[in-house]
Design a protein around this ligand. Structure first.
Ligand SMILES: NC(=O)c1ccc[n+]([C@@H]2O[C@H](COP(=O)([O-])OP(=O)(O)OC[C@H]3O[C@@H](n4cnc5c(N)ncnc54)[C@H](O)[C@@H]3O)[C@@H](O)[C@H]2O)c1
Length: 405
């Protein structure tokens, strides 16, 4: 088995995911970390050993020749810079969602992967959630017929704990939370409905968290996870600048004629991603999105609380409902053996594009926005597992992206 030396850019917070890739007995080793926070680098050395190379400048990490792959878990606004530089340095990349905060940023990342041949993998771990995989399996079985409609309600009870206290709270760092959080769900909707969004219309507002007490200008912000912070207006210590919405709603017209809606609220008491997919012969809905959850299936007329079939899903070990270790394993297999993946850089780009355009719509009088298409050559390259000759497609020709396989 090929040995893999792995680096991490953005070691703190979500960067901990890379620890699942530290498998010395299998030839995979966390060998380097870059972070502007000293404590995060110390914690990495404690975890993976004193010989781990650490730096506060990610460019020094990329100069280390025997680093084969990097995890990028820095804040969203740095993804484009960090990913482009990593691909250009010849490293295989695990890039956290969202791919970038602009469509241009995503397309630059895809172009760079195409031009360099360096492998690119997107951390859309919801594609490894048991609840999502079960719903996909049910839809693909045909039992609910042709899926024509999807509604996703995203309850985020912890919105004030996390996103209104640090870098997330400003458009310049995230574009907005429709994109930041919704990138996951828009991707799931595209995947399960078998098509990308063609046009989107959005409506959103900031109506609760703008009224909470702020911390003084110039003091550092950080998330504060605490279930006792309720009701929302009792919260304190929020960012001095909040220019993002705390309630987001979009409606999407997909390329295959189906339609979907996604609504997101950051001040609910509870938390869940609740999807329903409605087909010509029935409907499915998840109750719980990770851990112990159920998938309800209706195939006949009847009561909402009496589904015809209930699938009971058991908790799986590991963070984010077991999806984190599973997606890291998929990445390692992809880098070492070229094994195919269920995530897709093209799909990740389309989820960002819908987030960007949904925000653009809600900020400009709810106008319908068209999603720009990717050039054929990029769609073909990534749909073929990033291994086809890269000079076979005409450059710059645009066409509708095919339904997602
Ligand atoms: N897929 C998931 O389930 C999931 C979950 C959480 C976060 N994320 C993603 O992970 C990313 C990080 O989120 P987070 O919540 O951990 O943020 P965070 O702010 O808690 O952590 C980011 C880390 O990056 C470091 N950093 C900042 N600037 C840097 C720079 N210039 N160079 C190197 N390191 C730098 C910070 O010091 C910090 O350690 C985001 O893009 C987020 O969307 C994904």
């Amino acid at each position: 088995m090929k040995k893999l030396n792995i680096g991490v850019i953005g070691v703190g917070g979500r960067g901990a995911l890379a620890r699942s890739a530290h498998l010395p007995s299998e030839g995979c080793r966390l060998a380097a970390g870059a972070d502007v926070d000293k404590k995060s680098l110390e914690a990495l050395r404690e975890f993976a050993g004193k010989d781990v190379f650490t730096t506060n400048d990610y460019r020094r990490l990329l100069e280390v020749k025997d680093i084969d792959a990097v995890f990028i878990a820095s804040p969203d606004f740095l993804h484009e810079e960090h990913c482009v530089a990593s691909l250009e340095a010849g490293k295989a990349v695990y890039l956290e969602k969202p791919m970038a905060i602009t469509i241009e940023g995503c397309d630059r990342i895809l172009e760079t992967a195409y031009n360099t041949g360096s492998k690119l993998f997107l951390g859309h771990n919801m594609r490894h959630f048991a609840s999502i995989l079960k719903m996909k399996e049910i839809i693909d079985s045909g039992i609910i017929g042709d899926v024509q409609a999807c509604w996703c309600r995203h309850f985020i009870g912890y919105g004030g704990d996390a996103y209104f206290r640090d870098w997330h709270s400003e458009r310049k760092n995230t574009t907005g939370l429709l994109l930041q959080k919704g990138a996951h769900d828009i991707d799931v909707i595209h995947w399960l409905m078998g098509a990308y969004t063609r046009s989107v219309v959005g409506m959103g507002m900031l109506s609760v968290y703008d009224k909470c007490e702020r911390r003084p200008e110039g003091t550092p912000g950080s998330a504060k996870w605490d279930n006792t912070q309720y009701p929302p207006l009792t919260q304190k210590g929020f960012s001095p600048v909040i220019d993002i919405e705390d309630h987001n709603m979009i409606m999407m017209q997909l390329d295959n004629g189906s339609q979907a809606s996604y609504v997101q609220c950051h001040y609910t008491p509870d938390s869940e991603r609740n999807y329903t997919f409605i087909g010509t012969n029935g409907r499915i809905e998840n109750v719980g999105d990770s851990g112990k959850c159920e998938i309800h299936v209706w195939t006949q007329r009847g009561e909402r609380n009496s589904p015809d079939i209930v699938h009971h899903l058991k908790p799986i070990e590991g963070t984010h409902g077991g999806s984190d270790p599973a997606i890291v394993r998929t990445f390692l297999d992809f880098v070492r053996n070229g094994t195919s993946t269920n995530t897709s850089p093209v799909a990740a780009r389309y989820s960002v594009a819908v987030g960007v355009m949904g925000h653009a719509s809600m900020r400009t009088g709810c106008r319908l926005k068209t999603i720009p298409k990717l050039p054929d050559k990029l769609v073909e390259y990534f749909n073929n597992g990033q291994s086809q000759p890269r000079d076979t497609a005409p450059h710059g020709k645009m066409k509708v992206a095919p339904a997602i396989g």
